[in-house]
Design a protein around this ligand. Structure first.
Ligand code: GAP
Length: 544
């Protein structure tokens, strides 16, 4: 419990630093905020952009199709795409989102509140002859205290009578309870006020054009993936690439989550970084393993520790309707109880479900091999495009529907994981040499919003002029920050909190020797370099 409390405390500190230093703000805050929506401030926008750029560079634009990467079954091509957020509504029928993209929710008849069925937690509590399932929506560290408080209130007992309560088993989610007559809803005073779980489609609906009739509805995309599938043929025909190849896309997705929570972890508007990788069915299992391992390694190269990451293969019953195999890369977010992990990215083997569904009509996921789902008249339940989305291998002459491996990452969840990992408190000497607690965001230099800060040691003797020259020169190549206000120790502290990996100081010696010091955020080591070699030295350190 102590461990959990300190984890939660660190989450509170991270949230507070994010607001104080301009990483993240609640959307529409001056109007009271909008739940599930977040704005990135001046530091946050740079962090998230750096994350997306790193992904794009490492997965797509920097890929060398002539070299076989370690662990890959062969060489392959990678290209990019930027498709629209609003697409033809038929796409979501064939993808399965129209019929199957839902969560279960329960409504409370007393409080009029709505909850996600699997997110309401509770515990069976008895007193004398009565046994009640007392629920709560409290965060993990407050859950037991809240259950006890509510149980005491319900049984009309006083806090000193807590011993009279008998618990039956540990806390669990509401979806393990079959019948709700003995359930005390999270905001209810009486039993049995929760409705049976009902389906709730997570897609945001909108209308196209001025008339906006029932025929003109459309959806905001809940994933970027479908934009890639429906452009498969366009990309193939317009680029000189062959299977195996991947199409990468970064962009906004929208899901009307019933209970958005845990900071940006579950938002209603978020960004995804997705690859759809098209390969021959015979080699698809090998490609699945390649992408799974490569994506896990990527998070580590940017600073997530292996101990905070978990690779979790889904059990057969957990697999999505299209999936032959899926693994989640999970991270030990500090808002979760110790030992629990939250999804950062899913790597799914989707077989040929998507391309065939967009060709032939939505497939029935329960059939093996999958066949088109039919309506009561024996016609396809959702018609496909009728376009040929098969691939012909020029060398062997074989025609086949490629299989798809999909590494699907969230840019916001990624940014949140890197923020959590970066947060540290340690001790560093202040300007008088006295050790002081400092908050330092140990972000990887590639992700850091500001790469270097430039300071004149004092505001006189020509130091500001030289520092400003250096600042102007560096700014051509990287995000830098100039600061001459307050004592240099305080300026260091501010940059440590912003995650700036290097501070450049112009001092008396700089004026005569044309050198500056570079202070390393993590080691606090100061090295002197020639001004003429500074830019190259910083670039070397940032990319290293
Ligand atoms: N195309 C497959 C797909 O969309 P997903 O597991 O639903 O799969 C992929 O989403 C990733 O998108 C997740 O691993 C997560 O990082 C991110 N994501 C999904 N829903 C999200 C939400 N409500 N808020 C923030 N990120 C989300």
């Amino acid at each position: 419990m102590k461990g959990l409390l300190s984890l939660m405390a660190s989450m509170e500190k991270i949230v507070s630093l994010c607001k104080r230093r301009g990483f993240l703000f609640q959307s529409s805050e001056i109007y009271g905020g909008l739940q599930g929506f977040w704005d990135y401030g001046p530091l946050g926008v740079e962090l998230k952009r750096n994350l997306k750029d790193a992904w794009w560079r490492d997965m797509c634009s920097g890929h060398n199709e002539m070299v076989q990467p370690a662990g890959a079954p062969s060489t392959f091509d990678m290209v990019g795409l930027d498709s629209t957020i609003i697409m033809h509504p038929q796409i979501w029928k064939c993808s399965g989102h129209y019929d199957m993209f839902h969560d279960y929710m329960v409504d409370c008849r007393e409080s009029k509140k709505r909850y996600r069925h699997d997110q309401v937690r509770g515990r069976w509590v008895s007193h004398q002859e009565a046994k009640v399932f007392v629920t709560t929506m409290a965060e993990a560290d407050e859950e037991q205290a809240e259950i006890q408080h509510r149980a005491l209130k319900y049984f009309k007992l006083r806090p000193k009578d807590a011993e009279a309560l008998v618990y039956d088993g540990p806390s669990t989610t509401l979806d393990t309870v079959d019948e709700f007559s003995q359930v005390l809803g999270p905001d209810a005073k009486t039993l049995g006020t929760l409705t049976e779980p009902r389906e709730f489609n997570l897609m945001f609906k909108t209308t196209i054009g001025a008339l906006g009739g029932e025929e003109d509805y459309a959806f905001l995309r809940p994933e970027t993936a479908q934009g890639i599938f429906v452009n498969f043929k366009n990309v193939l025909d317009s680029s000189r690439i062959n299977v195996p190849f991947g199409i990468a896309q970064v962009g906004k997705s929208f899901r009307n989550e019933i209970t958005p929570r845990n900071f940006t972890f579950r938002s209603r508007e978020f960004e995804q970084m997705e690859i759809e990788f098209f390969c021959h069915p015979n080699s698809s299992q090998d490609w699945y393993r390649y992408w799974r391992d490569r994506r896990l390694a990527w998070y580590q190269t940017l600073g997530l520790s292996r101990e905070s990451l978990l690779m979790r293969e889904h059990a057969a019953e957990e697999l999505a309707h299209y999936s032959v195999g899926t693994a989640d890369i999970e991270y030990a977010f500090p808002f979760l109880p110790k030992g629990e992990y939250g999804e950062l990215e899913g790597i799914a083997h989707r077989g040929d479900f998507d391309l065939r569904s967009h060709m032939e009509g939505k497939l029935d996921p329960s059939t093996r091999p999958m066949v088109v789902e039919l309506d009561e008249f024996g016609k396809p339940r959702h018609r496909g495009s009728g376009r040929d989305l098969t691939y012909r291998d020029d060398i062997t002459g074989e025609r086949f529907t490629p299989h798809v491996i999909e590494p699907s990452a969230g840019a916001d969840r990624g940014a949140l994981a890197f923020l959590c990992e970066a947060y540290h408190e340690d001790e560093a000497p202040d300007e008088n040499g006295k050790p002081q607690t400092r908050v330092v965001m140990k972000l990887h230099p590639r992700l850091a919003p500001i790469k270097a800060a430039v300071f004149p040691l004092v505001k006189k003797d020509g130091m500001p002029e030289l520092a400003q020259e250096i600042y102007a020169e560096l700014k051509r190549d990287m995000a830098v920050f100039y600061d001459e206000k307050s004592a240099v120790g305080r300026r260091y502290r501010r940059q440590d909190e912003a995650g700036t990996p290097y501070c450049i100081t112009v001092d008396t010696e700089s004026l005569t020797t044309q050198t500056v010091t570079i202070r390393d955020r993590d080691t606090l080591e100061q090295t002197r370099v020639k001004i003429g070699e500074l830019a190259a030295e910083l670039k070397r350190r940032i990319s290293g």
